[in-house]
Design a protein around this ligand. Structure first.
Ligand code: URA
Length: 187
């Protein structure tokens, strides 16, 4: 089976997930999208309104910005894989709860097992706490390399921080460039 077929099979198995209460209120589970052979895996937080409507990750304002930042860093959205730590929209866009993240962890683990990326870019504190380490401050880990099981982990800001004006887009462009250069050296 190809990686794409394995991802399709996983999606079919979790599309109607009711492991946590977010499953009742959502319109669409936002599984993730991109190249099944991607070397770079971008991990965000949880879907917002637009993602919940469409079933696609990062298609709202922060998503448009993500696409733009990828392009500026010499990456194409269709070459990477993009998903969230939590696959269903939390009410009023609050942060996902620990039990909601835990309910999604098996899906994320399977996505990583199938895709086998070289780097997971954790965008924002929810992704960092979920995949790297709890409690750490983003400023203490942003732009540093960490060893994951079979891949590197690279924490940076969520593009929503750029939308809010708390971080300059250049910081993300620079981080994404560093990740692209690392991957190019591995190939
Ligand atoms: N995670 C995010 O942060 N945003 C999305 O659109 C989907 C997942």
């Amino acid at each position: 089976m190809t990686k794409g077929e394995s991802l399709q099979q996983l999606l079919a198995a979790c599309r109607d997930c009711r492991r946590c209460s977010l499953g009742e209120a959502r319109n669409r589970l936002v599984f993730g999208e991109g190249n099944p052979e991607a070397k770079i895996f971008f991990l965000g937080e949880a879907p917002g309104a637009r993602e919940d409507e469409t079933g696609r990750p990062f298609v709202g304002r922060a998503g448009e910005l993500l696409t733009e930042i990828l392009r500026e860093a010499g990456l194409r959205r269709e070459d990477v894989y993009i998903t969230g730590s939590c696959k269903c929209r939390p009410p009023k866009n609050r942060n996902p709860l620990q039990k909601e993240l835990a309910a999604c962890r098996a899906i994320l683990a399977e996505q990583l097992r199938i895709i086998q990326p070289l780097v997971v870019v954790c965008m924002g504190l929810v992704a960092v706490h979920n995949l790297l380490m709890p409690k750490v401050r983003l400023a203490d880990v942003q732009g540093r390399w960490f060893d994951g099981p079979g891949y590197k982990i690279y924490p940076t800001y969520h593009p929503a921080a750029v939308v809010r004006g708390t971080v300059k887009a250049d910081v993300l462009v620079n981080d994404f460039c560093r990740v692209r250069e690392y991957v190019e050296k591995q190939l």
